[in-house]
Structure formats: structure tokens, C-alpha cells
Design a protein around this ligand. Structure first.
Ligand SMILES: Cc1cc2nc3c(=O)[nH]c(=O)nc-3n(C[C@H](O)[C@H](O)[C@H](O)COP(=O)(O)OP(=O)(O)OC[C@H]3O[C@@H](n4cnc5c(N)ncnc54)[C@H](O)[C@@H]3O)c2cc1C
Length: 209
């Protein structure tokens, strides 16, 4: 659904200009550095690209699905590296919090994700569970007021940059079904969290606890 054609047109126009004037001319340097220069990330923040799909009350633009697709098509004229950087904040890295977060979790994380101050990431896939995600082996065991999460994840988009991970873990090791899996918000720097090799052709990215 498109709520306001004129506003959407203005947004698409400014993104299209940014793509052609800034992003496309920097594709080669991004490929060479394997990173997006900070000055460009700052401009992406200013344009609101990190909060496209986060509710307005948390500083996002609250685009509908149709609006998001039209904006993504503009962004996709440039290298997918740029869309990938903002992709997890608008999608899997934030939507778990948008849909099912507590008011405290929403207030703590969504404004920072919408502003691009931190990157959100989603850690579901494991070395031995992909399509059959419900067979994941990572466990979360309650220890007083906290949970101890133990497991290995792989193919986690934006893991090296992430400030917060939505981590799927099994809270009841005796059950194999999806009903025993919960989502945990794990902050970068949490004790025991380590990153493995970064994704390269013929290598496996991992985030391990
Ligand atoms: C670019 C990229 C980014 C990703 N980002 C993330 C991320 O941010 N977070 C995250 O958690 N994961 C991420 N993933 C992982 C992604 O979700 C998994 O790759 C996906 O779930 C498939 O799992 P798998 O690679 O283990 O393949 P498998 O599940 O092992 O599948 C291998 C092959 O078997 C086929 N297959 C599987 N099951 C069946 C079946 N029942 N019947 C017939 N055929 C079947 C599949 O179609 C496929 O061809 C990413 C993957 C990619 C490529």
C-alpha cells in the first residue's frame, strides 16, 4: 500500500539522486576496500536509509511493504553492498523487536537502529541447520536472572558490524520442535560472544557463543 504518492515520490527521487551521484561512483572503492567509507555511511544515515521500515515513533520512516519494495528498487541500481548494510536494520535485524519486542526493548534499540547508530543482525542459521531452521542446536539455559547461550551460527549478514543480534536458541533441550525456540537480544561485546571468519568465497562466516 502506498500512503502518500507525493511523499514517496520525493523520497524515491532523493534516493535515486544519491545512488547516481554518490553510491555508483564509489562502487569500485567499496569493492577494493571491502567496506563502505564512513562518509558515505553518514550520508546514508542522514537520508534515513537505516530506519525505512521502523515505526515513526522510534525515528523511522515506517514504510509499508510496497513502499519499501519501490525504494529498494531505487537503491538496487547501485552495488548490493549498500543495500545490504541498511537491509538488516530494516528487515531481520529490527523486525523481531518491532513485532515482538517488549516496550523496554523497543525503546532501547529501535531509535538507535533507525538512526543507523548501530547495526542489527539476525542469527538463526547454524552449520547443521539452514532450511530446517527448527532443528537448530544452540541452547539457552537460565542462570539466575540471565541466560547462558551456547552454540555456533553461520551466514549471519552484517555480523562483523552488528551492535545487537537477534539470536535464536532452544530453551528446552529435551524438545526438538520450534515451540522450544526463543529469540534473545544479544549486545555486541556480550561475554563469550566471538566472531569467526568473515564471509569470503569458499569460506564460512560464523558468530559463535
Ligand atoms: C547472502 C546470504 C545471507 C544470509 N544471511 C543470513 C542471516 O542474516 N541470518 C541467518 O540466520 N541466516 C542467513 N543466511 C542463511 C540462510 O538463511 C540459509 O543459507 C538458508 O536457510 C539455507 O540453509 P543452508 O545454506 O544450510 O542450506 P540447506 O538448508 O542445507 O539446503 C541445501 C539445499 O537443499 C535444499 N533443500 C533443503 N531442504 C529441502 C527439502 N526439505 N526438500 C528439498 N530440498 C531441500 C535447498 O533448497 C538447498 O538447495 C544467509 C544466506 C545467504 C546466502
Amino acid at each position: 500500500m502506498i500512503r502518500d504518492q507525493e511523499t514517496l515520490h520525493l523520497l524515491k527521487d532523493s534516493i535515486a539522486r544519491f545512488v547516481r551521484e554518490v553510491l555508483i561512483p564509489h562502487e569500485d572503492i567499496v569493492a577494493e576496500l571491502d567496506a563502505i567509507p564512513d562518509a558515505i555511511v553518514a550520508q546514508m544515515r542522514e537520508l534515513g536509509l537505516f530506519g525505512l521500515c521502523i515505526p515513526e515513533e522510534y525515528g523511522g520512516l515506517a514504510l509499508t511493504m510496497e513502499e519499501e519494495v519501490l525504494v529498494a528498487m531505487e537503491l538496487a541500481y547501485a552495488s548490493p553492498a549498500f543495500r545490504s548494510l541498511v537491509g538488516t536494520n530494516n528487515g531481520i535485524g529490527a523486525q523481531g523487536i518491532v513485532i515482538d519486542g517488549t516496550p523496554e526493548q523497543k525503546a532501547a534499540w529501535l531509535p538507535r537502529l533507525a538512526a543507523g547508530e548501530i547495526i542489527g543482525s539476525f542469527a538463526l542459521t547454524e552449520p547443521d541447520s539452514g532450511s530446517d531452521a527448527a532443528s537448530l542446536r544452540t541452547t539457552a539455559v537460565r542462570d539466575g536472572d540471565a541466560y547462558v547461550i551456547d552454540g555456533v551460527k553461520r551466514f549471519i549478514t552484517n555480523a562483523p558490524e552488528a551492535g545487537v543480534f537477534t539470536v535464536m536458541a532452544r530453551t528446552d533441550a529435551t524438545r526438538r520442535d520450534a515451540g522450544a525456540i526463543s529469540a534473545f537480544l544479544v549486545e555486541r561485546g556480550a561475554p563469550g560472544l566471538s566472531l569467526g571468519r568473515i564471509a569470503r568465497p569458499n569460506s564460512m562466516p560464523r558468530a559463535a557463543w
